[in-house]
Structure formats: structure tokens, C-alpha cells
Design a protein around this ligand. Structure first.
Ligand SMILES: Nc1nc2c(c(=O)[nH]1)N[C@H]1C(S)=C(S)[C@@H](COP(=O)(O)O)O[C@H]1N2
Ligand SMILES: [Mo]
Length: 314
């Protein structure tokens, strides 16, 4: 699988955008046949559901990374720090039924079924570049809905200045949670204006399908202008707060992982440069690409930070 895709050696971008789009067409054709024949209606509805999701307005026209890399090179410390092994280990996590607890500075708090959340938050596809703090990047066709849509439904009060997200805590099925790689449960947060920004996405799927467990099923955050660790997986709790949340990575290394974690080639990580990034799935001959400020989303988000020194608030 690893060397199956054709690569553009010069740019390093993986030239399978067409392959991906063709796959959509094939799925639609198969679905049409299936509905007229032998595949159970529920299954064909599921396939159709994901293949026909419209492309959202904030989708970038970038060539997407080979799905095999995105699914088998993951960071999910609840299971393991080994990027290849969370695929198998995470199969033990039961992701349905799933509920999200909403707490704190909001009018509508309580426990909500994911199914109900999805009824009022229509899905769209967003192709985003995703940049890990470890200096590699990929391009993923996510499926999800704007975070702002959902947050507004909970009616945050005027005291809500931040929103905090928590991953499921279940050391019985998540062996990494029996260790001390991070303080558990994994916790992340955004300032309210960041959370309400139209680029902030709640993802439920990728590549025309539901999220694989290792990629954060059934519900994860995707904040494309920030380092990947902000994009928390398997969310079970959302809390609106007046104060800045103490996030898992910031607690683990306050000098290395800031709360903001905006992608910034000008601010090196204390142990490595952030000016370039390895393209996930590209050959070893492919040069690294230059990391863009805000991961290329500066036109949309730079104004959120106009009053801040980004070297101090990294
Ligand atoms: N709960 C949880 N969320 C997480 C992580 C994690 O270990 N646990 N890793 C983060 C990091 S460092 C990155 S780069 C992305 C990786 O997403 P992916 O594995 O789907 O590519 O998830 C982020 N979200
Ligand atoms: Mo990461």
C-alpha cells in the first residue's frame, strides 16, 4: 500500500485528488445500483449519505493525502504513542451510542445524544491542510459541521470566554490512559471567538466515510490554522468557561505547547524548527514544504490575533 500512489516529485503533493473525486462518482453509481438491487437499504443509505455530502464554502482546493497514510499514521496517546498501532488498538472503543455532556456558562446544558446533535447540524465536506506540531502535514477531506452551529444551540452566556473539550476517559479500553504520557483525560480548549470562527469544524467523517476510531470517532475537533494537538478526538464533554482552560499538552510542556498553538514558522519549538514540514505520504526524495503562517489560513484568521504578540502567546 505504501508506495501505491503516484507522487508529484517536484511539489510533493500527492496527485490523487482525481482518484478521490472519481471514487465519489463510483460510489454514487454503486449506490444507485444497490438501491435497485440486493444491498440492504440501510447500508446503501449510509454509503450514499457520505458520498453525497456537499463541499463546504471553506474547503481548500488541495490534493488530498492517500487515505492509507491518514488512517495508519495517527497520534492517539490514549491508546499508544506509536503512530501505527492505534489502528488496531482503537478497535476496542465503542463509539455508538455516544453522548456529549454540556456544562458551564450556557443556558442549555445537559447530556445530548450525538444522533440528536447531528439532526440539527447538517454535514459538509471540507478539505483542509492539517499541520502537526511534530513538523509533518497532510491534506484531509473531512466531513463535519461548523463548530459554531452547534455551540450556538447551547446558548452560551456572556460570561463564556473559552470553550473546553474533553476526550472520553476509559482506561479499560485505552491502555495509554493507564500510563503517564499526558494527564488524563485529554483536554483542549479554544477562545470563544476562535471556536465561533467558520473554519472551526466538528468532524464525524473523512474520505466519504465515518471517522475511523483511530482518527477520533465519533466526534472530533478540527482547527486547521492550529497545530494538530488542538484538534481533540472522541469528545464527550464541552464546557463553557470564563477562564482559560488548562489543556493537556500545555500542562505537559508549558514552554513547548502553548494554549494558542497557532501554526507559525517564525516561532520554533524549543527542540526543533517549525519553518518546514514533511509531507505525509511523499517519497523520501520529496523536499519538505515551507510551513505557512496560520497554516495558510492567515487571510481568514489573522485578525483574531491582531492585538497579540504571537511570540509570547505561542
Ligand atoms: N484525544 C486525543 N486527541 C488528539 C490526540 C491524542 O493523542 N488524543 N493527538 C493530537 C495530535 S498531536 C494530532 S497531530 C492529531 C492527529 O490526528 P490524526 O491522528 O487523525 O491524524 O490529533 C490530536 N488529537
Ligand atoms: Mo500532533
Amino acid at each position: 500500500m505504501l508506495f501505491k500512489m503516484k507522487k508529484d516529485i517536484l511539489t510533493g503533493e500527492i496527485t490523487d485528488k482525481l482518484v478521490f473525486q472519481n471514487r465519489r462518482k463510483i460510489i454514487k453509481a454503486v449506490t444507485a445500483t444497490a438501491m435497485a438491487s440486493f444491498i440492504p437499504a440501510s447500508m446503501s443509505a449510509q454509503i450514499k449519505k457520505y458520498a453525497e455530502i456537499p463541499l463546504g464554502p471553506y474547503s481548500a482546493s488541495l490534493q488530498v493525502t492517500d487515505i492509507e497514510y491518514v488512517k495508519n499514521y495517527t497520534n492517539y496517546y490514549e491508546f499508544t504513542t506509536n503512530k501505527n498501532d492505534s489502528t488496531i488498538l482503537s478497535k476496542a472503543l465503542k463509539t455508538s451510542p455516544w453522548s456529549v455532556t454540556v456544562e458551564g456558562e450556557a443556558e442549555k446544558t445537559g447530556v445530548f445524544n450525538l444522533e440528536d446533535i447531528l439532526k440539527t447540524n447538517p454535514l459538509e465536506q471540507r478539505i483542509y491542510r492539517f499541520r502537526c506540531v511534530e513538523a509533518w502535514s497532510m491534506v484531509v477531506p473531512w466531513i463535519g459541521f461548523p463548530l459554531a452551529n452547534m455551540l450556538k444551540q447551547f446558548k452560551p452566556t456572556s460570561k463564556a470566554k473559552y470553550v473546553e473539550f474533553t476526550t472520553i476517559y476509559n482506561p479499560n479500553v485505552m491502555p495509554g490512559q493507564r500510563g503517564t504520557a499526558l494527564e488524563w483525560p485529554y483536554l483542549e480548549g479554544l477562545r470563544m471567538d476562535e471556536a465561533m470562527h467558520p473554519l472551526s469544524l466538528m468532524a464525524t467523517g473523512m474520505y466519504d466515510d465515518e471517522l475511523a476510531n483511530q482518527n477520533g470517532a465519533p466526534l472530533r475537533l478540527v482547527v486547521p490554522w492550529k497545530y494538530g494537538f488542538k484538534s481533540i478526538k472522541a469528545i464527550v464533554k464541552i464546557r463553557f468557561s470564563e477562564t482559560m482552560p488548562a489543556t493537556a499538552w500545555n500542562k505537559a510542556g508549558p514552554n513547548e505547547y502553548g494554549f494558542y498553538a497557532n501554526v507559525n514558522p517564525e516561532v520554533p519549538h524549543p527542540r526543533w524548527s517549525q519553518s518546514r514540514e514533511r509531507i505525509l505520504g511523499a517519497s523520501i526524495f520529496t523536499p519538505k514544504r515551507n510551513t505557512e503562517k496560520f497554516n495558510g489560513y492567515g487571510a481568514q484568521v489573522a485578525s483574531l490575533y491582531s492585538a497579540m504578540d504571537l511570540k509570547k502567546y505561542f
